[in-house]
Design a binder for this molecule. Structure first.
Ligand SMILES: Cc1ncc(COP(=O)(O)O)c(C=O)c1O
Length: 401
């Protein structure tokens, strides 16, 4: 099956009793044994549940993996993966990762002595230099949140493997439609399914997907032992969302391209971050390793917090909210919202300054989105453009899957 067909069919056929087209919600905590020591494949829903299984099979198939675990949130997915490691192990992490990832890694360092080094992973020599004899993993997030830097997954997977470490990729920002890290050498993929995979802003969920038998066995153990599994209803909603992943992602990208072009030409915008722009520092790498540029755009306004707040307060179609990847457009201020939990020094080093505004471009009519941003940017304060200012630029059509 090709990708789009898999989104609709993989794993969903779980009703041997009545042949329902749609996977039933097996809202049960436990399952009757057929005889002593004999089940029909399920005994207790923390361990496994048919609705969850359907989603897990679907996710594994979309990413081209061997096994998946559907868990309660994206942070549960990251928590589960961190249990592959033990006290004294060392992880090299991208320096502009999601704020919650940094907070959790900091907690694991404090509580359990897991060592972490943050590096700019665009610099492959810096990554190699950060490797220690006890390095067990490279934690890769690409495109990064919120600056949309692109990291070379193939090169980093090679570096990880040469150092005897795992390459772990947080693939939340693109979804498997736009990026498949296993094709580039990664070993473990994590997702916040809250975002594009579910796509309708009505579930928090997460997933871990692996492509090696030993990692799969450990994952099944951790899923049961940690009790992180997602509820049957949430799994059902995510599975339902995935059925429209392809058309949604195409529209997200089309709208994001148009919005990024518009912002690039706006006199009150200082800088635009969108990998689809030719002027983006990693545009060529994005074209090479991704099947599209996604729906996330960040930008800096001319001015400071007054102007930023003005834009955030003026938008009408965009909602000021955390999260991303839903059908509706959201706007957020990373420094005070999504990345508020991040160590301020690390945040500053990663280039996440107070002028950065992140938007998750939804699938509304793009003219409404552009008009909304245009009126929101009509604040009165104007400061001179900096050398970062980018020229008006048409975005090339995204690479399609
Ligand atoms: C890249 C990335 N990974 C992980 C997470 C955590 O996901 P969740 O909020 O579902 O726990 C987020 C949340 O915004 C994210 O953006």
């Amino acid at each position: 099956m090709r990708f789009q067909t898999k989104t609709i069919h993989s794993g969903v056929d779980k009703d041997s009793g009545f042949n329902s087209i749609i996977t039933p919600i097996y809202q049960t905590s436990t399952f009757r044994f057929e005889d002593v020591g004999k089940t029909r494949g399920y005994d207790y829903s923390r361990t496994a549940n048919p609705t969850r299984k359907a989603l897990e099979e679907n996710l594994a198939s979309l990413e081209g993996g061997l096994a998946a675990s559907a868990v309660a949130t994206g942070m549960s997915a990251i928590t589960t993966v961190l249990h592959y490691f033990r006290s004294g192990d060392h992880i090299v992490c991208t320096n502009d990762c999601y704020g919650g990832t940094e907070r959790l890694l900091r907690t694991y360092r404090e509580l359990f002595g897991v060592q972490v080094t943050y590096v700019n992973m665009a610099n492959l020599d810096a990554v190699k230099a950060a490797l220690l004899p006890n390095t067990k993993a490279l934690w890769i997030e690409t495109p990064s949140n919120p600056l949309l830097n692109i990291i070379d997954i193939r090169a980093l997977s090679e570096i990880a493997h040469n150092g005897g470490a795992l390459a772990i990729v947080d693939n939340t920002f693109l979804s498997p439609y736009n990026q498949r890290p296993f094709e580039l050498g990664a070993d473990i993929i994590v997702h916040s399914t809250t975002k594009y995979l579910n796509g309708h802003s009505d579930v928090v969920g997460g997933a871990v997907i692996v492509n090696r038998q030993d990692l799969a066995e450990r994952l099944h153990f951790l899923q049961n032992a940690l009790g992180q599994g997602a509820s049957p209803f949430d799994c059902w909603l995510v599975l339902r969302g995935i059925k429209t992943l392809v058309p949604r992602m195409r529209l997200h990208e089309e709208n994001a391209n148009a919005v990024a072009s518009f912002l690039s030409g706006h006199r009150k915008v200082r800088r635009v971050y969108y990998p689809g722009l030719k002027s983006h520092a990693n545009h060529d790498l994005a074209r090479k390793q991704q099947y599209g540029f996604g729906g996330m755009v960040s930008f800096e306004v001319n001015g400071g917090m007054n102007e930023v707040n003005d834009v955030l307060r003026r938008v009408k179609v965009f909602s000021l909210a955390e999260s991303l990847g839903g059908i509706e457009s959201l706007i957020c201020h990373p420094v005070t919202m999504t990345h508020a939990s991040m160590n301020p020094e690390l945040r500053e080093k990663a280039g996440i300054n107070e002028r950065v505004i992140r938007i998750s471009v939804g699938i509304e009519d793009v003219n409404d989105l552009i008009e909304d941003l245009d009126q929101a940017l009509s604040f009165t304060v104007e400061t001179p453009k900096t050398h970062h200012q980018q020229s008006t630029e048409k975005v090339p059509h995204g690479v399609t899957s």
